[in-house]
Design a protein around this ligand. Structure first.
Ligand code: ATP
Ligand code: MG
Length: 754
């Protein structure tokens, strides 16, 4: 009876229960946003442990973010108590694969304490490899090659299995050789990049059946969230692991597939039933997250995509507030407006924790950070220029890395002369040669070269001192608690003193961050587990627990939910991104639309979309037109408002799907031709005096032609700048623009000049 039912089952609907109770055999849960997929998956995990079908250590559970893993772990603790601590294989693909690889590192020539390189390290290494091959790094940029390697690894290709034609993708046919050199160098450094974590495991599984069988036997149950975004190597890895027990449950939503640019393949969903014959497919249709208007808006938008499986969603919730679409003058006003909206929500008693701002690209974040700091709105940045990516944090972590792993040359290089130790380029070059000749890591060679007269005395003393420091810290690794050791290193390295002596404005913040770093370390049981975390974490653990507004990218928001969501920068070229427009294909545009769908469906109670008429991008002011996604939202689910008279019509036109710029919107692709560039960019636009005081007005559809305009008059147009009226026809004007040439525009887009 329901009364004796375990707590994790109560409240689930019939298909959710089905997904929980069908523990044996392959299960695919395919359903739209907010239908309780993750909740059902979590309950399934609880059920398996609660009914003792497996020990926690026999379950592999893959989540998309560290945050999701943490939440799932917490929920498990609530349901099954301390037993949940045994969930050693619950985490992201990266975290779980790293743990696995540490156990078998020697099978691919690594030691179990290998370092995981971040993108910066990876690029530095690739630069060295490209230059060593006598290639011009300007012509063959390391960054481009890094992208290529990432793609190959996501497809499961090693240097040995790389298809022949791929080798022409870079450096005139030398790509394969470079790839092999890079992999060899990583092994020498006792390091991996992100892609290696799974790729090495695939190699090990292929060559050592016993290792594979060990895991196939161990993992009695496998659970995977956000399955639509798995790439080929993740898919191959899962498929191998599931072969024995075949108790694999994957959940996903094809409409939320947003990582194809990183090698994710929606096709993995479709392949599931083929790979696991007899798989049970469960569909969920009731949305528990959002109001009717939010769902209606999101549903109408995603319906514009041709390439989708299609599904029904309904909700019992009220229709709620309509999705608001706000047109503002420019980027700074957007940030100001969002700040005001948040303050007004806070006055209504809404906690900042329940508010999120979702951006399309990282660079959009800064405006909000800056604004919120100024007005005192607490916020956290997730997936952005995050704590662990800051210069001072990365420097300090390099010290920790060399301490825990002497062979970590990249880390050593980073700090060998930071703070300045009077080591010249020549001395460092000699050190490199010395290390290469003796085959020793740099941190060891440093001590050796200090005993020779290869380099000047001052440099010898500096290196001897640094080596001695590392030797001592390494010893203390065994005797001191690691947060304490961290503080010792901070002081004795002279690194902290360097910033304390710095008079620049950001130095104080850096010092605070360094202390924060030693504080955070205390949350980990060892220096190594901390370093692992740093390599793997993709969100930012914050210090104080006051409620904070979350600022994050749309990509990072997948799977999450907030009461109030602000979707900013909905303009052509920002969202959909310029890149997706340049590529021009339907595919990339559809992926952008899925991203918009993900964005709107994060909202539980209110979604607010903003677009600005002017935006500064890479230092240049550019006028912009509302995103096509704005016009694709079903009108009955939205409410438009704008602080611009011109904006009102722009928007209205967009709504009516009679975009007056339809003919030029293709040309708005920034960077397309110098002529267009000239027409697009100008000094920061100033508003006409009448607009400065303009209060937000609701859109009135079907405005009459204006009577204040006549032929010969000077006007200012939001998009095209200044010009002279040549002719008037109803509400349409013929204008000779100073820079953009002759155009027909709607009268409501122009302001009288002077
Ligand atoms: P997404 O596709 O965005 O990842 P999802 O399908 O994983 O969404 P969940 O995050 O699991 O959806 O659930 C969405 C919201 O609905 C959560 O707040 C969850 O607690 C709630 N929910 C899920 N199932 C039920 C249910 N049966 N009864 C009440 N609320 C539910
Ligand atoms: Mg989910």
């Amino acid at each position: 009876s329901p009364r004796d039912e375990p707590p994790y089952l109560s409240g689930l609907n019939a298909p959710q229960r089905d997904a929980v109770l069908t523990t044996e055999g392959p299960v695919l849960m395919l359903a739209g946003a907010g239908t309780g997929k993750t909740r059902a998956l979590t309950s399934r995990l609880a059920h398996i442990i609660y009914t003792q079908r497996a020990w926690p250590s026999e379950i592999l559970a893959v989540t998309f973010t560290n945050k999701a893993a943490r939440e799932m772990r917490e929920r498990m603790h609530g349901v099954i108590g301390d037993v949940s601590e045994g969930l050693g294989w619950l985490g992201t693909f990266h975290a779980v694969a790293a743990k696995m690889l540490r156990r078998h590192a020697e099978l691919v020539g690594l030691k179990s304490n290998f370092s995981i390189l971040d993108t910066d390290d990876q690029i530095r290494l690739l630069k060295q490899i490209i230059t060593a091959a006598d290639l011009d790094e300007k012509r063959w940029p390391a960054r481009q090659f890094a992208g290529l390697i990432d793609k190959w690894k996501n497809r499961g290709w090693t240097p040995e299995t790389l298809p022949k034609d791929e080798t022409w993708a870079f450096a005139d046919g030398k790509a394969g050789t470079l790839y092999a050199a890079y992999q060899a160098r990583l092994v020498e450094l006792n390091a991996t990049d992100f892609g290696d974590l799974l790729l090495h495991m695939l190699t090990i599984f292929a060559k050592h059946r016993d290792v594979l069988e060990q895991y196939q036997t161990r993992f009695r149950y496998i659970l995977v969230d956000e399955y639509q975004d798995t790439n080929v190597s993740q898919y191959l890895w899962l498929r191998l692991l599931a072969q024995k027990h075949k108790n694999i449950c994957c959940v996903g939503d094809d409409d939320q597939s947003i990582y194809s640019w990183r090698g994710a393949e929606v096709a993995n969903i479709l392949r599931f039933e083929q790979d696991f014959p007899g798989a049970k497919v469960i569909r969920l249709e009731q949305n528990y997250r959002s109001t009717g208007h939010i769902l209606g808006a999101a549903g109408g938008l995603i319906a514009q995509n041709a390439d989708r499986l299609g599904k029904t969603l309904w909700t019992e919730a009220d229709s709620g507030e309509k999705v608001r679409v706000l047109g503002v003058w420019d980027g700074p006003e957007e940030a100001r407006r969002v700040g005001e909206e948040i303050e007004s929500l806070q006055r209504r008693g809404v906690s900042a924790d329940h508010i999120a701002i979702l951006v399309r690209a990282q660079y959009q974040m800064a405006a909000f950070e800056e604004r919120f700091m100024r007005v005192g709105i607490p916020f956290r940045i997730i997936g952005g220029p995050r704590f662990f990516a800051r210069l001072e944090i990365r420097d300090m972590i390099a010290y920790f890395r060399v301490t825990s792993q002497p062979a970590d040359d990249l880390a050593f290089e980073r700090i060998v002369n930071t703070p300045k130790r009077g080591l010249g380029d020549k001395s460092l070059q000699r050190l490199h040669q010395f290390a290469a000749a003796t085959g020793a890591p740099l941190s060891v060679a440093a001590l050796d070269i200090a005993g020779t007269n290869e380099i000047p005395a001052a440099a010898r003393r500096a290196l001897a001192q640094l080596s001695e420091n590392f030797r001592r810290w390494r010893e203390q690794l065994l005797t001191l608690p690691h947060p304490e050791l961290a503080r010792v290193i901070l002081e004795e390295s002279g690194y902290l003193a360097m910033w304390q002596a710095d008079r620049s404005t950001e130095a104080q913040g850096r010092v605070e961050n360094l202390f924060e770093l030693t504080r955070i370390m205390g949350d980990f049981d060892s220096m190594e587990s901390f370093l692992d975390h740093v390599s793997l974490v993709n969100d930012n653990e914050e210090a104080r627990d006051e409620p904070k507004v979350t600022i994050m990218t749309l990509h990072a928001a997948k799977g999450l939910e907030f009461d109030h969501v602000f979707l900013v920068g909905w303009e052509e070229g920002v969202f959909p991104s310029q890149r997706s427009l340049d590529e021009g294909g339907l595919k990339s545009l559809e992926e952008e639309r899925r991203l918009a769908y993900v964005g709107i469906t994060r909202a539980k109670q209110e979604a607010t979309i903003l677009h600005a008429a002017n935006r500064q991008i890479y230092g240049q002011w550019t006028s912009s037109i509302p995103s096509r996604f704005v016009s694709e939202l079903p009108r009955e689910h939205i409410e438009a408002e704008t602080s611009l008279s011109g904006g009102a019509s722009l928007w209205r036109a967009a709504l009516d799907e009679r975009d007056p710029f339809a003919d030029v919107s293709r040309a708005t692709q920034r960077g397309h031709g110098p002529g267009w560039q000239r027409a697009q960019t100008y000094g920061r636009p100033t508003r006409a005096a009448t607009q400065i005081e303009a209060k937000p007005v609701s859109v009135t559809v079907g405005a009459a032609p204006r009577r204040d305009l006549s032929v010969g008059m000077r006007v200012f147009h939001q998009k095209f700048g200044g010009g002279t009226i040549k002719g008037i026809e109803g509400n349409k004007l013929e204008v000779a623009f100073d820079h953009a040439g002759e155009k027909r525009v709607l009268d409501s887009f122009v302001e009288v000049q002077g």
